[in-house]
Design a protein around this ligand. Structure first.
Ligand SMILES: C[S@@+](CC[C@H](N)C(=O)[O-])C[C@H]1O[C@@H](n2cnc3c(N)ncnc32)[C@H](O)[C@@H]1O
Length: 223
């Protein structure tokens, strides 16, 4: 099935992915420099992020887990001139690669993109008290920390903030109760926290199949 899913993603991409120099540069340069391109969201998933941001007229975006800033490009594309993306990456090699793509994107997109290097939990805890809440939060880093990212995201949210968490299905591994990998335990704990959370207005998770295999997004709206 994987070949069919990948072929269909290619078909969707061919028809619906916009021609965008910043997106192309991020993909090509990542590949040329020998980084694993599969870490990034697929183009149709990036477009979903862009559309969620546009639907909600979001201006302030937080991203946890930058890698090469490919998803960051999709977040930034959706923003107006006074828009802002803060993206956080722990690995210096990834951050350096991402910064190249962000510098390129500055010529293409009007919004401000800021990359912070470091552990996202520490960086988020160190943000000034008066940090303005974010309108949209995309969580796509180490899965064992998702519960903590969710808690910190809620602190940095306002009523109506949209929170998207990537990779919450892991080809079904979340159902295997003998699987005690920290990443899988982290995702299961995230579902538990999302369930009936007093600060969540509504929440769902959608399975995705495609070039990235079988995985999924959780999407929550803050009350
Ligand atoms: C799946 S990749 C992100 C892909 C990116 N969002 C995209 O779609 O283009 C996850 C990234 O999170 C970073 N990461 C892992 N643990 C982290 C942490 N504790 N704090 C910040 N970044 C972290 C990894 O180094 C990796 O670059």
């Amino acid at each position: 099935m994987q070949q069919l899913w990948s072929d269909i993603d290619c078909f969707i991409e061919k028809h619906l992915t916009p021609q965008d120099p910043a997106l192309s540069y991020a993909i090509e340069n990542t590949e040329q420099q020998g980084f694993p391109e599969h870490l990034a969201v697929a183009p149709n998933q990036g477009m979903l992020l862009q559309m969620l941001i546009q639907m909600n007229a979001c201006k302030r975006i937080l991203e946890v887990g930058t890698f090469a800033a490919y998803s960051t490009m999709w977040l930034a594309r959706a923003l107006p001139e006074d828009g802002y993306v803060l993206t956080i990456e722990a690995r210096e090699k990834h951050a350096n690669l991402a910064q190249q793509h962000i510098d390129f994107a500055k010529k293409e997109y009007p919004a401000t993109i800021e990359l912070k290097l470091g552990n996202a939990v520490e960086i988020l805890k160190m943000l000034p008290e008066d940090t303005e809440a974010f309108d949209f939060i995309f969580i796509d880093a180490d899965k064992q920390s998702y519960p903590e990212y969710l808690d910190l995201s809620l602190k940095l949210s306002h009523s109506g903030t949209v929170i998207v968490l990537d990779n919450v299905i892991r080809a079904g591994d979340i159902l295997d109760l003998d699987n005690h990998k920290p990443s899988i335990e982290g995702i299961r704990e995230t579902y538990t926290r999302l369930q009936n959370h007093p600060r969540i207005l509504s929440c769902t998770a959608l399975q995705t199949i495609g070039s990235k295999g079988h995985d999924g997004f959780a999407i929550a709206i803050v009350k």
